[in-house]
Design a binder for this molecule. Structure first.
Ligand code: PLP
Length: 381
């Protein structure tokens, strides 16, 4: 099945009791058993719920995986991955990752005995030398949040496989519409479903997708044993959101490309970070690895005073100032105080994330209105 057909049909069966075409919201905590242990496949809703099952199946299909698991948030999904490891195990991750992932690694799992090695994106080229006898996982995020750097997934997974090291790719920024890491050898795909998969800024959720039955069983055990599962109402909302993922992503990409080109040509704008721009350092790799360049564009003004960046963000009318990305409506985020507040300032500066960086999640509104909004917000002074 092609992507658009899967987005609408994968995981969805007419409801067995009524024939309802839309998966019902099974708002129940438990299921009646005929006799102890004799049931219809569902025992208790932390372990499984039919609305969640439909969504997990749909997400697995979109990522070309065999098993999907949903969690109460993207970070809960990341937490489940990190719980696969034990004290002394080493995990390598680029330092340019979502601030909350970095915070969880440093402040929750490092004190519990896992060792993290944060590397520069450029160092991922020589991952072979960096892997040690204790390395158990390489964590990747590409494009990265918020600087939109691109990492070669295939190169890393090939080496990790030879060295018996797992790879997990946070595929939130690309969505399965633009890239499928499992197809090029990744072991785990992680999503903040909150973003493009949900698509409507109304749900917080995470997901993991894998192909390996043993890994799926271990993750399923953690999901049930620690209990960070999403409720059925949220699963229903995401199932509905998925049906338009392909057309939303097409428009996100088209609009973001135009916004990036417009910003790059603006006399008041300094650096523009968007892999769809030909002079972006990851452009060629992104063109090879992805089926489009995504909907997030970051930029700095030439005037590098903090107040100037703040004024621009305050001036925006259509781009709402707030955390998150991936919804149909355009959002503007200030990474230093929002998405990456969990990362110490010196670490942020080390990876090139300035206090004046502005990140746009370009929505699917009319492009002329979006550009007019940026134009008036950046102004002429
Ligand atoms: N990964 C990325 C790339 C993100 O941008 C985010 C949230 O912004 C997360 C993970 C965490 O997801 P959640 O907010 O759903 O917990």
């Amino acid at each position: 099945m092609k992507f658009a057909t899967k987005a609408i049909h994968a995981g969805i069966e007419p409801d067995p009791s009524t024939g309802a075409i839309m998966t019902p919201i099974y708002q129940t905590s438990t299921y009646v058993q005929e006799s102890p242990g004799k049931h219809k496949g569902y025992e208790y809703a932390r372990s499984s719920n039919p609305t969640r099952t439909a969504l997990q199946t749909a997400l697995a299909a979109l990522e070309n995986g065999n098993h999907g698991l949903c969690y109460a948030s993207g970070l809960a999904a990341t937490d489940a991955v990190l719980k696969l490891f034990k004290p002394g195990d080493e995990i390598i991750a680029p330092s340019d990752i979502y601030g909350g992932t970095y915070r969880m690694m440093k402040r929750i799992f490092e004190p519990l005995g896992l060792n993290f090695r944060f590397i520069d994106i450029e160092e991922t080229d020589r991952i072979d030398e960096l892997i040690s006898g204790n390395t158990k996982l390489v964590w990747l995020e590409t494009p990265t949040n918020p600087l939109l750097k691109i990492i070669d997934i295939e190169h890393i997974t090939r080496i990790c496989k030879q060295r018996n090291v797992l790879t997990c790719v946070d595929n939130t920024f690309a969505s399965p519409y633009l890239q499928n890491p499992l197809d090029v050898g990744a072991d785990i795909v992680m999503h903040s479903v909150t973003k493009y998969l949900g698509g409507h800024s109304d749900t917080v959720m995470g997901a993991l997708i894998v192909n390996n039955d043993d890994l799926a069983a271990r993750l399923k055990f953690i999901q049930n044993a620690t209990g960070a599962v999403p409720g059925p109402q949220d699963c229903f909302l995401v199932l509905r959101g998925l049906k338009t993922l392909h057309i939303r992503m097409q428009r996100h990409c088209e609009n973001a490309q135009q916004v990036a080109a417009w910003l790059a040509a603006h006399t008041k704008v300094g650096s523009v970070y968007y892999p769809g721009l030909p002079d972006h350092p990851g452009h060629e790799l992104a063109a090879k690895q992805m089926r489009g360049f995504g909907g997030v564009v970051s930029f700095e003004l030439k005037d590098d005073r903090y107040e100037r960046a703040v004024r621009t963000m305050e001036n925006l009318q259509i781009f709402a100032l707030g955390e998150s990305l991936g919804g149909v409506e355009s959002l503007c985020t200030h990474p230093a105080s929002m998405s990456h507040a969990g990362m110490p300032r010196e670490e942020r500066l080390k990876i090139g994330l300035k206090d004046t960086l502005i990140r746009l999640s370009v929505g699917i509104e009319d492009i002329e209105d979006l550009i007019a909004d940026l134009d008036q917000a950046i102004g002429t002074d």
